[in-house]
Ligand binder design. Sequence first.
Ligand code: FBP
Length: 547
Amino acid sequence: MTKSALQIARAAYQPKLPKALKGAVKVQEGEATHSVADEEEIKKLFPNTYGMPLIKFVEGENKEFAPMNVGVILSGGQAPGGHNVISGLFDGVKKLNPANKLYGFLMGPGGLVDHKYVELTADIIDEYRNTGGFDIIGSGRTKLEKVDQFEKGYEILKELGIKAVVIIGGDDSNTNACVLAEYYAAKNYGIQVIGCPKTIDGDLKNEMIETSFGFDTACKTYSEVIGNIERDCNSARKYWHFIKLMGRSASHIALECALQVQPNICLISEEVEAKNMSLDDVVTYIANAVAARAADGNNFGTVLIPEGLIEFIPAMKKLIAELNDFLAAHADEYAAVEANKQREYIINHLTADNAAVYASLPEGVARQLTLDRDPHGNVQVSLIETEKLLSEMVGKKLAAWKAEGKYVGKFSAQHHFFGYEGRCAAPSNFDADYCYALGYTASMLIANGKTGYMSSVRNLTAPAEEWIAGGVPITMMMNMERRHGEMKPVIQKALVELDSAPFKAFAAARETWAKETCYVYPGPIQYFGPTEVCDQTTKTLQLEQAK
Ligand code: FBP
């Protein structure tokens, strides 16, 4: 395989480990935990894994560990650093005992159920150290929820002598990990399940999980290209760029990129919901900013749009909730309706308010809202072209204002959607180190007999030496939510909080950014060079942890 010069140089990078993980470790137990909400239900559903204590690793004495084999699964959307989680896990497992083996299940949780796996040897691992992507074993979105899936998984785990499985995934995949851990514990199968916090979306975070891996690299990659667009925009001075950013429901990516590049406008879905804004309010907000800049002779600008925006406009949220339940209950009937009658069919089956909102949507957006949900019941927001919807509506509003003599400028739009461009980027130094530490920590949780825990590495704005490694019971992050028309235990998503330091910093500056041109050009991620260029964390993390 031909490799780029950077790939060759980067392969030699040795990720940094927290001091406590450099030698032998011992477990320090913290307080017993409870779920973030719905305690009684969660306790009942997870009798074997509920309430376990927090765990921290501290320096300990060398001791012998019995030989063990471990399995690993990459689950859900790609995030930079996944390969380093696996190499950290591999190095940890081999350090415990060189005879230990690591097996990778192929193409996500489905590989466990279908018995598709590969032994990850040193040769394979070395090819993937510090690289982006999940291609070492592939990823998938199969939801592990049925007893026969758990049993099929158990068959192969037993056959390969695997003592523990590490599931590297987002909130939904770690929910899977928790359910699987509980099932194997209840059955006394002697198989441990450990989760690792992955997702570019940044929405798997809480007191003990400061950030999910991949968020840092993905945001830096998007910020690089948004910065390039801003510079183009400020050079040609003739386009408004509407840029949709991945991130599913949460607006963390949009917010972080805004803090890095200082665009003219950045919408934050959580704020749109809190202010009970309608689609027209959002359009008016953008159009006002465009008009104000035009009055200064600036017919150009940048608008950042979180991909989940549409779900947060209260009227749309109600509509989507009804559509979710309706489509879950009538999937076959709906599939049988001819394509050109589907819109009418939906309108006829919704309650009056929702039917009116649905009928008012442009054809394409309406159709996108009824497309298949992902296996976890989520609307596939990445398929909804919000950037085009908004620019079209802004254009119409400005044309009306022009006719009334309220607006004098020219409006011409360009559209972009950044998501896949950043999910497999080569991990930044931060993600390379963080991921390696998460994988290594997972091996220590396994060696110490833990199950139902998520690998946790904290104190992330300090140098890696001072990071704190340990484990958090996954049940601690759970609550009950409606999925596919039923209440289910799931990890609570962390959305942007409007009283958080990152949002406040953005809100304090945005009026100036809207009117003036304050663009910042972050440039590409640097892997070699001065630490203030190569090792800085996201602005989100810096602001959240500023003392
Ligand atoms: P997860 O990390 O939660 O799996 O999702 C990441 C993500 O990139 C989301 O931002 C996006 O909405 C989704 O995956 C798109 O997934 P897919 O490429 O499978 O359609």
